[in-house]
Design a protein around this ligand. Structure first.
Ligand SMILES: [Zn+2]
Length: 270
């Protein structure tokens, strides 16, 4: 699943392409992808002012409407010339006024969605209301507040978007390894020093992921089709049985709420 670094990479890549362009036509071949078909016609014809990110959600600003795009498990955004063949599993295509390019949305498993919302009603979108603070700028103070009273395993808490927005399975494992915290540690028993280290490790890991253009282990690609490079430099994620980069011990894998967690049994003691 694309996480914060992948979504931010996409947003940064699309910003210079999309800003100023006016969407004039949307073709959607899978009804469930576009959640608000009734708003589509009235939302066309306004130039895109900006493209931003909140957690793992992409926001296309075309005043007076905002287009929300969530890639979920396998969503891909492609920026391609109209004459290029469509990528496999393309379900939605946006064409622009006076442009030979299209924004194409492909999604193998079809869990992702597009939703158009009037700008004035954005604050009422339940998903956004529940979203926690952004993980890219998390501080020890914010983290302490978010973990307070949470007895669940820290790994599970970090995956909860209402606690912190943007982390997924890859970067939460990476951050826990960097902070030397066992993924099963109850969140509410972390010491102030561990919280300090974890806040730093989360920011560090996400920035590293961003700098490397994201992680292309599954099907994530950048809008021009390029792959990210983080997988080559990862610490623990999907490195079961391989030596820990710090101490040499074999990396282990355990299941936490039916997701795999990778950690070093020596560096990350419970
Ligand atoms: Zn180790």
């Amino acid at each position: 699943m694309p996480e914060l670094p992948e979504v931010e990479t996409i947003v940064q890549a699309l910003k210079p392409c999309l800003t100023g362009l006016t969407p004039v036509k949307v073709l959607c071949h899978k009804a469930k992808i576009l959640r608000t078909p009734d708003l589509l016609l009235s939302a066309l014809g306004f130039p895109i002012k900006d493209i931003t990110r909140k957690g793992k959600l992409i926001l296309l600003w075309t005043s007076p409407y905002v287009w929300l795009i969530h890639l979920k498990m396998t969503g891909q955004l492609w920026w391609q010339p109209k004459i290029f063949p469509l990528p496999p599993h393309t379900h939605l295509i946006v064409s622009f006024l006076h442009s030979d390019y299209q924004l194409r949305y492909a999604d193998l498993r079809q869990f992702g969605y597009w939703q158009i919302v009037p700008e004035t009603k954005l604050a009422q979108v339940p998903f956004l209301q529940k979203l926690g603070p952004d993980a890219l700028t998390v501080t020890p103070e914010i983290l302490k507040k978010q973990l307070h009273k949470k007895k669940a395993a820290i790994k599970k808490v970090l995956l909860n978007q209402q606690c912190l927005a943007g982390l997924g399975n890859i970067y939460s494992d990476e951050a826990l390894w960097l902070a030397r915290i066992h993924p099963l540690t109850p969140a509410n028993i972390l010491t102030p020093l561990q919280i300090d280290k974890l806040a730093w490790a989360i920011r560090k890991t996400l920035r590293r992921g961003l700098k490397l253009g994201g992680t292309s282990i599954q099907n994530y690609i950048q809008p021009n089709g390029q792959k990210g490079l983080y997988q080559r430099y990862r610490f623990v994620y999907r490195r079961e049985g391989l030596p820990c980069l710090r101490c040499g011990m074999s990396i282990r894998r355990i299941n936490i709420s039916s997701r795999s967690s990778y950690f070093c049994p020596v560096c990350q003691r419970l």
